[in-house]
Design a binder for this molecule. Structure first.
Ligand SMILES: Nc1nc2c(c(=O)[nH]1)N(C=O)[C@@H](CNc1ccc(C(=O)N[C@@H](CCC(=O)O)C(=O)O)cc1)CN2
Ligand SMILES: Nc1ncnc2c1ncn2[C@@H]1O[C@H](COP(=O)(O)OP(=O)(O)OP(=O)(O)O)[C@@H](O)[C@H]1O
Length: 181
């Protein structure tokens, strides 16, 4: 199946989760993340603010006194990570995605763990995003740091089609647990 067809199918799967079920899945997912040595040992963590019914790990922002957290901001084809602080300026993009205001030329932190949103993943660590190519382009420039995908288990497919630029996941967290590829 082509990536565009798969995206439509995977969006539907994610949307089919009932709202009353969703909060329980998010809680289980967060428990698996915070119990992992990956999370406990990380000091600089890039995460995301869920939108469009993505797996929501925003509650981790409250469980990270010992860490520096970073959120992605996009502008044009670029993506950068910015530190989470009480003074950070936020903006909402047209489709409802919240992000820190993009700062051209901002120096980039050395992040040691990335918790990445996705639409789909497979058993080989391939990841399918929304199609913007933002994470793929970002990781083409930033090689350090562990890449972990965050998803509901229903977002797993047998085999994703891959392109040469696709960056693979080293770990995946779902409400069912944690897997290292
Ligand atoms: N929560 C979250 N933050 C994230 C990402 C993500 O996937 N999830 N990104 C990962 O890349 C970046 C934002 N990437 C984006 C990639 C594509 C579109 C996009 O195609 N938007 C459509 C509407 C999408 C929809 O409504 O489903 C549009 O502009 O028309 C938006 C953001 C950075 N922050
Ligand atoms: N390293 C790269 N250099 C140049 N262009 C790239 C690179 N990575 C991805 N792209 C471009 O981004 C577009 C989207 O890629 P793809 O469909 O794999 O996105 P995705 O992985 O679903 O999105 P995202 O990474 O934002 O979650 C591709 O058409 C490709 O041209």
């Amino acid at each position: 199946m082509l990536k565009t067809e798969l995206r439509a199918d995977l969006r539907q799967r994610r949307a089919a989760i009932r709202d009353d079920e969703r909060s329980g899945l998010n809680r289980r997912l967060i428990r698996h993340i915070s119990a992992s040595s990956l999370w406990q040992e990380a000091r600089h963590v890039g995460l995301y603010l869920a939108f469009n019914r993505e797996a929501d790990i925003t509650a981790l922002l409250e469980q990270s006194d010992d860490k520096n957290l970073y959120l992605p901001a996009i502008s044009g084809k670029l993506m950068q990570f910015q530190p989470v602080t009480s003074q950070m300026q936020m903006e909402t993009l047209s489709y409802g995605l919240q992000q820190p205001v993009f700062i051209p030329g901002a120096s980039q932190p050395d992040i040691d763990l990335y918790l990445m949103p996705l639409l789909g993943f497979d058993g080989n660590g391939n990841r399918l995003g929304m199609g913007g190519g933002y994470y793929d382009r970002y990781f083409a420039e930033h090689h350090a740091g562990i890449r972990a995908g965050i998803a509901y288990a229903c977002q797993q497919v047998q085999q994703l089609p891959t392109d040469p630029w696709d960056v693979t996941l080293q770990h995946i967290f779902t409400e069912q647990g944690h897997h290292e590829f």
